[in-house]
Design a protein around this ligand. Structure first.
Ligand SMILES: Nc1ncnc2c1ncn2[C@@H]1O[C@H](COP(=O)(O)OP(=O)(O)OP(=O)(O)O)[C@@H](O)[C@H]1O
Ligand SMILES: [Mg+2]
Length: 283
């Protein structure tokens, strides 16, 4: 039997402070096979980002994993030392964060970030690393890469930073990419470019992707399986077609209904004819 790239089993995340312990994520289980894209959707505050952070072992302060297991290619990630996790982050698991600004050190140029990321994992000279970075910046639609590498994070728009972050995340061809709302700050054309790049990385390198998004359009473009989170719990898990065509949980139906109303297509319960997934065209 194939071993999943990522297996999350019975995950519990809690916040502990003076007031006591508050459970935030409960009994969360899912797995992602090689080359598979798992879409995680859910309302704001449902625990999607905490789940991503727990996989990378970067929860801190009052937050901690209080139960369950997280395995990468069959090996337990929980309990790994900071040093071991530093080797895994970047090369094995890459993370494109929800808030691009917080991913960058404000006093380092984009080039310093990019070159350091590349040279930590690939034996390239500084000049070769710059060329490598420019190539990946090109692939996310940033044409003037050399000039961008000389800039500081605050000199770029949030859409540009988001694209730089994705270029940095995929350039090491990780086994697993965790992409938390990777296209929220982007216009539709650029969104499509990023989704195509992610699809290419999955096809060429068998990269698996945990794709967090509020946007069912983005999920429909890329995901094979979808998990729906509500108040820290996974309430439904199914193939992307099943989720769109016959959502079973009331909360999933409400999310899809809200999206249809935003798109001016009325309430999902009154749709007749055709499958609902037909409304979302794949790349
Ligand atoms: N540092 C923290 N300390 C305490 N509680 C936190 C912290 N970060 C997040 N939470 C709480 O954990 C819950 C889940 O938060 P999380 O950021 O995972 O939501 P999300 O699903 O990613 O939401 P969004 O779609 O808005 O990004 C929320 O109730 C939030 O208030
Ligand atoms: Mg979030």
């Amino acid at each position: 039997m194939n071993t999943p790239i990522l297996r999350v089993e019975g995950l519990e995340i809690s916040c502990t402070n003076k007031q006591g312990t508050e459970p935030l994520v409960h009994q969360l289980s899912f797995d992602i096979m090689g080359g598979q894209v798992f879409g995680l959707v859910g309302g704001s505050g449902s625990g999607k980002t905490l789940t991503c952070m727990s996989i990378l072992n970067i929860l801190g302060g009052t937050l901690a994993v209080t139960g369950g297991s997280i395995e990468l290619c069959g090996g337990q990630l929980l309990g790994k030392s900071p040093m071991e996790m530093r080797c895994i982050r970047g090369k094995e698991i890459a993370f494109a964060m929800q808030n691009p600004m917080s991913a960058f050190n404000p006093v380092m140029t984009i080039g310093a970030h990019f070159v350091e990321t590349i040279r930590t994992h690939i034996p390239l000279s500084k000049r070769e690393a710059i060329k490598y970075a420019v190539d990946y910046l090109n692939q996310v639609g940033l044409a003037n890469g050399e000039m961008l590498l000389r800039k500081y994070p605050f000199q770029l728009s949030s859409g540009m930073l988001q694209r730089v972050m994705i270029a940095m995340a995929v350039c090491l061809k990780p086994r697993l990419l965790i992409a938390d709302e990777p296209t929220t700050a982007l216009d539709t054309g650029c969104q499509l470019d990023i989704l195509k790049l992610l699809d290419r990385m999955r096809n060429q390198y068998g990269m698996s992707i945990l794709l967090v998004s509020h946007d069912f359009g983005v999920i429909a473009q890329l995901a094979d399986e979808v998990g729906v989170m509500c108040e820290g719990r996974l309430v439904e898990r199914a193939s992307v077609h099943h989720i769109f065509d016959s959502p079973e949980h009331e909360y999933t139906r409400a999310l899809l209904g809200a999206r249809r109303q935003l798109a001016g297509k009325g309430d999902i319960h009154h749709v007749e004819g055709g499958t609902r997934s037909d409304e979302y065209v794949r790349v």
